[in-house]
Design a protein around this ligand. Structure first.
Ligand SMILES: [Zn+2]
Length: 261
């Protein structure tokens, strides 16, 4: 499946798409897939969606990581990602700026963390659309009880109908949280920072291999381990979005061909 896609030829050997239906896989690849082709001595995750806590832990103990304390917050990343981050931070400080994590869950996350975050959007979303008489109570209960993978497909399907599950119910849940097992934070190659609005900070991070790769998720940066000029060679393309804070550039998988099984 998925032939003729420039991005897919760069995935790790033996890569597994795991479980979800094709449309969901494609959507999740677009939103979170960039990390799968991370370079620079980092280890990209072997799956698009980790199926459970055990699979996450098996991956997390298999890679070398480093911890650092920044502004009283302890963060943990894969070693090359951390080294690049600390160098970028020094450079930012010389330029009278800084690079700091947004909170305690800004770097490493567990499967349970991603499940909890996901549910914190799904539950209010279902309650909202039931109250608005757009989703029947019985249907909402059915969706609430689905396994995470099936539920992800179902929520994305509801959003196609205009029933959104972000915090304001006006945009995709994916711009707000990743589905259980699909977060880039599970691979310890992602960091949410406070200073994402500062062009200089984004420029310094890019020079050290850190880029915005999750559409619409502005504080979220991914360690790709290459220069910007090398990103297209990994099957990534530039997506420009105009935000209130000016133009933002995201690097996302270039999925152009028709999906074929
Ligand atoms: Zn993030």
């Amino acid at each position: 499946m998925y032939v003729h896609e420039p991005f897919l030829s760069h995935l790790p050997k033996g890569f597994q798409f795991a479980g979800a239906d094709e449309e969901t896989v494609r959507t999740l690849l677009l939103w979170y897939g960039a990390v799968l082709v991370a370079r620079g001595d980092s280890t990209p995750p072997p799956v698009l969606i980790f199926p459970n806590e055990e699979a996450v832990q098996r991956f997390q103990v298999s890679v070398k990581t480093k911890r650092a304390q920044i502004n009283g917050i302890s963060i943990e990343l894969q070693t090359p990602a951390m080294d690049a981050l600390l160098e970028a931070r020094q450079e930012a400080q010389l330029a009278h700026a800084d690079i700091t994590p947004r909170g305690v869950d800004s770097s490493r996350r567990s499967y349970a963390d991603t499940l909890r975050l996901w549910e914190s959007r799904v539950k209010p979303g279902l309650a909202h659309w039931v109250a608005a008489h757009k989703i029947a109570r019985k249907e909402a209960r059915r969706i609430a009880n689905l396994d995470p993978m099936t539920q992800t497909s179902e929520i994305l399907h509801q959003e196609e109908g205009g029933f959104y599950f972000n915090l304001k119910f006006d945009g995709s849940i994916l711009s707000s949280v990743a589905p259980p097992g699909a977060s880039q934070h599970l691979s310890m190659l992602a960091l949410d920072i406070n200073e994402y609005e500062i062009p200089k900070v984004r420029e310094i991070l890019a020079r050290h291999g850190w880029f915005q790769t999750a559409l619409d998720d502005l504080p979220h940066f991914t360690y790709m381990g290459v220069t910007e000029a090398e990103l297209p060679g990994l099957g990534l393309r530039k997506e420009r979005m105009r935000e209130m804070l000016g133009e933002q550039v995201f690097w996302i998988p270039d999925l152009v061909a028709t999906v074929s099984v």
